[in-house]
Design a protein around this ligand. Structure first.
Ligand code: HSE
Length: 294
């Protein structure tokens, strides 16, 4: 039989919540899967990044499908996979998490839902290496995720009481997460950790209580963005342009290079200003006006 799944793109970190906060966006990749006991692998890809995604055994969706089938102890040699991608590739919007979660979820449906969402989450985190993009891709809304001391991920998903618009500026160039993690220090000063702990807590508290007035400083970060600034020309100028045009805050989306601003209104004005600020630094960009996936 053929199964179909739809998985959201995601934005991780949200400023202070490095490797722990994430949001599912209303931008979706669609996947259609038919498994065959025998036969070959056929992959058709349409949309974002179609030319750059391998259509053979190296494909991440297929690898994730095989991962789950192996866990379930069943074997299928072939498959027909059809993907429609809307999440831009390698831009910090969780395209790899979306591919992994789509593969795992579709394979799980295909074999009769043998695994729970938590089990899918454990597998997805194992493949991706960190939980903050796969968590919202699986559970939706805004997610707080941790890795327990035994290595198993845990996630709390909630819907903010503030109707946030997400303005995502997408620069023309891509940036690999690996490269963006390489520039991070192994140890950070205690005062920087304190700076972030307070803001991450304030951000979640304000969103849960619907208190917009506390968001002004809640998106700030000093654990990863200052080190990654050099990878994204004009980053802090783009943040400033968002702020000057009424955004509540702005941050790198995941490991970048997308930059995201948060607001309750005037999303188009803010997006236009952010794109213009990028242009000042010779970076061609567009913006997407998104909301939280429900
Ligand atoms: N939290 C991860 C990072 C997200 O910032 O490296 C990568 O998509």
């Amino acid at each position: 039989k053929t199964v179909k799944v739809k998985v959201p793109g995601t934005t991780a970190n949200c400023g202070p919540g490095f490797d722990s906060l994430g949001i599912a966006c209303n931008l979706y990749n669609e996947l259609e899967l038919t498994l065959h006991k025998k036969g070959k692998l056929v992959i058709e890809i349409m949309g974002e990044g179609a030319q750059n995604i391998p259509c053979d055994g190296r494909n991440v969706v297929w690898k994730s499908i095989q991962y789950l089938l192996h866990r379930a102890n069943v074997e299928y040699q072939g498959a027909y996979i059809k993907m429609l991608n809307r999440v831009p590739l390698s831009r910090g919007l969780g395209s790899s998490a979306a591919a992994i979660v789509a593969g795992l979820t579709a394979a799980n449906y295909a074999i009769g839902n043998r695994f729970t969402s938590q089990e899918i989450f454990v597998m997805a985190t194992d493949i991706e290496g960190h939980p903050d993009n796969v968590a919202p891709a699986i559970f939706g809304g805004m997610t707080l995720s941790i890795l327990r001391k035994d290595g198993e991920p845990e996630c709390l998903s909630f819907f903010p009481k503030i109707d946030l618009q997400l303005i995502v500026t997408v620069p023309e160039f891509s940036l690999s997460t690996k490269a963006a993690r390489k520039v991070l220090p192994v140890v950070v000063p205690l005062k920087d950790a304190v700076f972030n702990v307070g803001r991450a807590a304030l951000l979640v508290g304000a969103l849960c209580e619907g208190k917009t007035e506390f968001l002004k400083h809640a998106f700030e970060d000093c654990l990863h963005q200052p080190y990654r600034e050099k990878l994204i020309p004009g980053m802090y100028d783009v943040f400033a342009a968002a702020g000057e045009n009424g955004a509540l805050g702005a941050a790198m989306s995941g490991a970048g290079p997308c930059l995201i601003a948060f607001t309750e209104k005037n999303g188009d004005t803010i997006g236009t200003a952010m794109v213009a600020a990028f242009k000042e630094h010779n970076v061609k960009a567009k913006y997407l006006l998104l909301t939280i996936d429900k």
